[in-house]
Design a protein around this ligand. Structure first.
Ligand SMILES: *[C@@H]1O[C@H](CO)[C@@H](O)[C@H](O)[C@H]1NC(C)=O
Ligand SMILES: *[C@@H]1O[C@H](CO)[C@@H](O)[C@H](O)[C@H]1NC(C)=O
Length: 567
């Protein structure tokens, strides 16, 4: 009878959409349960009830206990999945090792009309977006993507692919069905649109969430397409008005699953989207290109300070900071499979050594990297000044500047950090950022541009592929004024500075090996300068956790933040 009784209540539970009725049931059940219910059963109901508490501490605790208990029965997970509200579900998704049965599966996708492909859906969505409020480059690439997919669709219908387009690189290398490529380009254009609020509303209103869901399911084998999709979801999640739509279209179960991926990039994309959804325990917002490497979930140690990683040109938020690759081909597979290999040392090693840090990695301007053709209006936005302003705005939203911070930068990323700190010093709203800066760590940053002119085109491209070459080359007034102002700021604000410099030549092309940033250029004139016997690309990739490069970097961060992070 007890079983029957509980089963009945579970059924009733499922029937009541109205959360108030559910409350009532829980109360009744709780009352009755004192008499004869299984304690394990009662525990679930009590926790579910507590997730509705008016007291936030109780709610947070209940979510954690729900997730920590891995012994619920299958039907209990099912019941929970039906009754938990959005806030609780987001909380569960941000709890380490949570059981994925807590999340409602994405709804069944409506059947596509005959003859409509996913690609056409994507085309229609992209074509319906306003061309306003996005910059010229996004307009340009949107039109390219539309043109290419029109051709591809026409070709698929006619069974013939025509190499007419001159826009996209695959036109030259095409051998098989191009749908995936076209989707990828359309998605990249959509990523750009999802950075604009009014376009987000549009994407949601036009059924974009289900369309993306469909593509996600279809391309389970393409991590890149999946990342672009999750990036869009993360951008949409910046505005709370669409949270309900995101949750209702089943994204939580996908995000929770992706969050548990062993691959740092996948996990970090999901972590950003979930942090933007979690308005219960996160106040910051993570704009496009700002990734939290640590802590990615709830319930970690309280954060005492921030460390920010800024890559160089042609670098990226994750791959720049991986462990040094093995130099020998046959060792490569061995290294990859070694249990201590890390795809991202700031996420694994640094977070382990300093658990009360928030570690962020920032990515800029890599979004058009796949487009081989050049956007005619690209130059203005690649200037250091533009990038600095854009990034400062994003960092402010992420709460950077509200607690002590250390900056870690590779190559041109270091010039960007200097420019940002300089801009912050001139902006009353940004004073906190400068005041809270406790240290800057430079890996092979070309502080002095003078050497540039003497080098080959390849080297220049590696450092500054476009506009920066002009802006930062020999005798550039911008560069020397940046140098001087930064040194002054560092002294005034009394923060620590340290620079690593490479001593090995880097392969920059067939038969060309060169020291990309020589010692005299990496020398800022203040702080310690440490030479390391590696090349330009490996100077920010420690070989092992106990290698000098990592240990010395860790020491710098710990010393700069000593009074804040030591227990
Ligand atoms: C969120 O979206 C709504 C609806 O478009 C808009 O009115 C509001 O200003 C947005 N909020 C933010 C913080 O962008
Ligand atoms: C950079 O600034 C330092 C300190 O003001 C100065 O000694 C050095 O000559 C400057 N270098 C360049 C290239 O401007």
């Amino acid at each position: 009878t007890k079983q029957m009784f509980l089963l009945c209540f579970s059924c009733l539970f499922l029937c009541f959409e109205n959360i108030k009725s559910v409350f009532l049931l829980i109360c009744v059940l709780e009352h009755l349960s004192h008499v004869d219910a299984d304690p394990h059963e009662v525990a679930l109901w009590v926790l579910l009830k507590q997730t509705q508490s008016a007291n936030k501490a109780i709610r947070l605790q209940a979510v954690q206990e729900l997730a920590d208990n891995h012994h619920w029965h299958a039907y209990q997970y099912q019941t929970a999945a039906q009754v938990i509200d959005q806030r609780t579900a987001v909380g569960l998704a941000r709890t380490p090792h949570v059981d994925l049965r807590f999340f409602r599966q994405p709804p069944a996708l409506p059947h596509l009309e005959d003859g409509t492909s996913v690609e056409e859906g994507l085309w229609q969505l992209l074509a319906s977006l306003p061309q306003s409020e996005v910059d010229k480059c996004v307009q340009y690439f949107t039109s390219l993507a539309l043109r290419e997919s029109t051709q591809s669709m026409a070709a698929q219908r006619g069974g013939l692919w025509c190499f007419g387009g001159n826009g996209l690189p695959y036109a030259q290398s095409l051998t098989s069905v191009p749908s995936e490529k076209v989707e990828s380009f359309c998605l990249q254009a959509l990523v750009q649109h999802s950075k604009v609020q009014s376009h987000c509303d549009h994407i949601v209103a036009k059924g974009g969430l289900l369309l993306l869901q469909r593509i996600y399911q279809l391309r389970r084998d393409s991590p890149k397409i999946q990342r672009n999709i999750i990036r869009i979801i993360g951008n949409l999640a910046l505005n709370e008005s669409v949270h309900r739509d995101i949750v209702q279209s089943g994204w939580l179960s996908i995000l929770a699953e992706m969050m548990q991926s062993p691959h740092v990039t996948q996990a970090s994309f999901a972590a950003r989207a979930l942090a933007n959804l979690d308005r219960e325990s996160v106040v910051e917002k993570y704009q496009d290109g700002v990734y939290i490497l640590h802590p990615q979930t709830r319930n970690g140690q309280p954060v005492k300070a921030d460390v920010l990683f800024i890559h160089g040109i042609l670098g990226a938020a994750f791959k720049t900071w991986r462990q040094k690759d093995s130099s020998l081909q046959q060792e490569e597979t061995e290294t990859e499979s070694r249990s201590d290999y890390t795809e991202c040392w700031p996420k694994s090693w640094l977070a382990e050594d300093c658990p009360n840090l928030r570690v962020l990695s920032v990515e800029y301007d890599s979004h058009l990297s796949d487009w081989m053709s050049k956007c005619p209006a690209e130059n203005q936005r690649k200037s250091l000044a533009y990038r600095s302003q854009e990034l400062l705005k994003k960092l402010k939203q992420a709460g950077v500047g509200e607690r002590p911070v250390v900056w870690v930068a590779h190559s041109m990323g270091g010039l960007l950090v200097k420019k940002m700190l300089l801009d912050a010093s001139e902006d009353p709203e940004m004073k906190g950022l400068l005041k809270n800066t406790r240290g800057v760590l430079f890996y092979s940053v070309p502080h002095h541009g003078t050497f540039m002119a003497e080098y080959s085109v390849n080297v220049r491209y590696l450092l500054f592929p476009s506009i920066e070459v002009r802006e930062l080359c020999k005798d550039s007034p911008a560069l020397s004024s940046l140098n001087e102002s930064f040194v002054n700021i560092a002294k005034e604000n009394d923060f620590k500075v340290m620079s690593f410099t490479e001593s090995q030549a880097t392969n920059v092309g067939p038969m060309i090996k060169i020291v990309v940033v020589p010692k005299q250029s990496a020398d800022l004139g203040i702080g310690e300068l440490v030479e390391v016997n590696v090349d330009h690309l490996n100077i920010c990739k420690p070989e092992k956790k106990d290698s000098f490069l990592y240990k010395r970097s860790l020491q710098f961060i710990q010393e700069a933040l000593q009074s804040f992070i030591s227990q």
